[in-house]
Design a binder for this molecule. Sequence first.
Ligand code: NIG
Ligand code: FE
Length: 410
Amino acid sequence: MPRLANIGCLATCANPAGQDDIGLIRDAALVWRDGTVRWAGPATALPAEFEAEPALDAGGRLVIPGLVDAHTHLAFGGWRADEFADRLRGRAYLEIAAAGGGIASTVRATRALEEEALLARARQFLSDMVSLGITTVEAKSGYGLDMETELRLLRVYRRLDEMGAARIVATCLAAHVVPPEWAADRAGYVRLITERILPAVAEEGLAEFCDVFVEDSAFSAGEARRICERGSELGLRPKLHVDQLSEGGGAELAASLGAVSADHLEYVSEAGIEALAAGGVVGVTLPLATLYLNQAPPPARALIEGGVAVAVATDFNPGTAPSYHLPFAMTLACMRQRMTPAEVLKGATRYAARALDLEGEVGSLEPGAAADFAVIDAPDVEHWLYHLRPNACVAVASRGEICRGVLRRA
Ligand code: NIG
Ligand code: FE
């Protein structure tokens, strides 16, 4: 039974409640077997039965649960650096989209790539993410927007998950925007999703969740309701992009549809916050997207004080969040969303796992949870998120196997 010794500071995130309760233990030890945590606690309390086990040395560092990135658009073709420069010159995101750029331009680049090429790109991104300490990644389709390409993207995610570098949780986002070829027949595209794409996704077991971008420029609340109700019938629970670019009652809609999470929330209303809290819907904030769109941040403090569990994720995509650097997004959440480092860590571990219906399985270090952890070269969580570095993560374990870095024997 492997053991990690000499942990200066262990954040177990074992308590379901309390955004800032990260279960800190100083001078801790961690024991696992067959990929699953068996024991976590103060080194002085290590049960005698584990003492003779071979131990690895964490070097007095910070150890956290493997990070969970609960919102990414991991597989896509091309990039959109040209639009980045256009936006800096003053062109609005929606203006670029209306002229055929934006999501539609990534859809063209994605449709042009075969499965192997999409896989190779996503695999490299994922490899970098694991090096940052991320061991679970939610990944959305949504740059195919036709039956064939949506399924291709989701098959890429299944293959990535099988490769085992990290756990991949797939979401069907066929309702990202109405693709140009359906512009004259929106209802026809919604029917394509509900009658063909979602049933095929469910039949092949290619996704856990279905997502809709609810926005004036994408789908209405009524369309989202039809799509999510069909998804739910097929066993695909809703997760929604809401209240990102305008206030549209998206959080209330997410709660009424039994969504597991409501993501973005820059424009969430007070009534929306109440609805999320009452429905136990996780609020997923995406500080990189807020930053790149030069927006005011979502009201994280009001969400937390209103009783909503707040997650922090990257939204990695080629338009609004061209980075998978979750630790950087976490530092941004501290600075711009006024969340404490402890609150942010809970949001990128346990509450991110809750946003994927995986709470207690990943995102916490407690008996029965996956032995996914990251060793961070910092004395504590405050120091880690304050001192922004390219990568402070020195070792990563996924299901109990050290997959990045080398730890000395204790
Ligand atoms: O999460 N909001 C919708 N979708 C993405 C942006 C996609 C894009 O611009 O390519 C997001 O921000
Ligand atoms: Fe997104």
